[in-house]
Design a protein around this ligand. Structure first.
Ligand SMILES: *Cc1c(COP(=O)(O)O)cnc(C)c1O
Length: 392
């Protein structure tokens, strides 16, 4: 098989890692729901003890159902290998922990995912690891922030609320020259719309809870990188934290992957319609979406991302917090919930994370709402938004 055939997305999603003759030629792979595996020979058991990644021994390490998924996800990221965790947060934790020691510094984008922030602010200082937060939109900020003891640069591009981007190639080049490891949270794009490893980023992670699962029924995370880095993390953080994905959830993600390209195509088309609807609506002050021409980093987004879909934010013209609450509570079909990437459209208002007495109408961010566009008919969603706007 040629390299280009091996990198073909249809091959990866439908065939890679699947040895059907091992399981009755079943189209859907079996869920090998077992904690442990039996051995005939002491010497084989001995070998497995020496290297848990070499043989099926115990499912906290490797498991056949998880292995099928693992091969597919690594190939999608364009990586040599990957690990699948039982949450995106666990992928963040393991990848960061593996790359810092006491006395080190992390340079991070200023608004990384909440649980990355909590790790940097609450856990790592106990082990004398400091974090410098910077506005990652400007490469000079990285140059200025890097210290002699910086061992890790932590990125999230785009951010999942305001979609701030980092120039992945520029940051990767800078970090490489300084011998610093780079990690990028790629949850917004998924590997279909952005491959940070192609730009020289060392490790990429995503919450597979979002687009990979795609049905709002599984929490999971993926961490991809070089064979060397992934082996190191497998033998240490992965085995020690014990937060690898369970076989049943791995099976759900394989199932989710089958329809990933089709779902993203559909969501992309709908998202453009919703962006256009919101942009012309008199009660909308601003729409924030990376593939919108007015987005400040539009050129960079077009350069390093193949697509943008599903998530967008908008600033509502509300005169007080009650109007925002009324708008959200008036929606009949769009659900108010965290997360995204599933079949159902969602809304989440920024004001839900601030105390009502601290709400400041002058602060645009307080009037921000994030929308996730799911698989419903776009008109169905537009009508729902329309009637909710009419209530305020
Ligand atoms: C959801 C999310 C995560 C965390 O993933 P979980 O699967 O919820 O643990 C990390 N980063 C981003 C950008 C996310 O949206």
């Amino acid at each position: 098989m040629s390299e280009s055939e091996k990198n073909n997305i249809s091959y990866i999603i439908n065939e890679l890692g699947e040895d059907r003759e091992l399981y009755f030629n079943a189209i859907a792979p079996p869920i090998i729901q077992t904690s442990n595996f039996a051995f005939d020979k002491v010497n084989d058991l001995r070998k497995a003890f020496q290297d848990e990644s070499s043989a099926y021994l115990y499912s906290r390490g490797i498991n056949p159902t998880v292995d099928i998924l693992r091969k597919k996800l690594a190939a999608l990221d364009g990586a040599e290998d990957c690990l699948v965790f039982n949450s995106g947060a666990a992928a963040i934790f393991a990848s960061v922990l593996a790359n810092v020691k006491a006395g080190d510094n992390i340079v991070s984008v200023d608004k990384p995912y909440t649980w990355a922030q909590k790790m940097f602010n609450d856990i790592l200082p106990r082990f004398n690891v400091t974090t410098t937060y910077i506005d990652g939109r400007n490469i000079e900020n990285f140059e200025r922030a890097i210290l002699p003891n910086t061992s890790l640069v932590y990125l999230e591009s785009p951010n999942s609320w305001d979609f701030a981007l980092q120039d992945l190639k520029a940051v990767a080049d800078l970090a490489k020259a300084e011998g610093i490891t780079t990690i990028c949270d790629n949850s917004y794009c998924s590997p279909l719309y952005q491959k940070p490893i192609e730009f020289g980023i060392d490790m990429v992670l995503q919450s597979a809870t979002k687009y990979i699962g795609g049905h709002s029924d599984t929490v999971a995370g993926v961490l991809s990188g070089s064979k060397k880095m992934i082996t190191k993390i497998f033998n240490s953080e992965y085995m020690n934290i014990g937060s690898g994905i369970q076989p049943f959830n791995a099976w759900l993600l394989i199932r989710g992957l089958r329809t990933l390209p089709a779902r993203l195509d559909r969501i992309t088309l709908s998202t453009y319609q919703l962006v256009n609807f919101l942009k012309q609506h008199p009660k909308v002050e601003q729409v924030i979406f990376p593939f919108d021409e007015n987005f400040p980093q539009y050129e960079l987004a077009k350069q390093q991302m193949k697509g943008a879909c599903g998530l967008l934010s908008f600033i509502i013209k509300a005169t007080d917090i009650n109007q925002i609450e009324k708008f959200c509570e008036s929606l009949q079909h769009i659900l108010m919930a965290v997360s995204w990437g599933g079949h159902e459209s969602l809304v989440i208002p920024k004001c839900a994370s601030i105390k009502p007495e601290e709400f400041n109408v002058e602060n645009k961010e307080h009037r921000m709402l994030r929308l996730y566009i799911g698989l419903e008919e776009p008109d169905y969603l537009i009508k729902d938004l329309q009637q909710a706007f009419e209530k305020i």
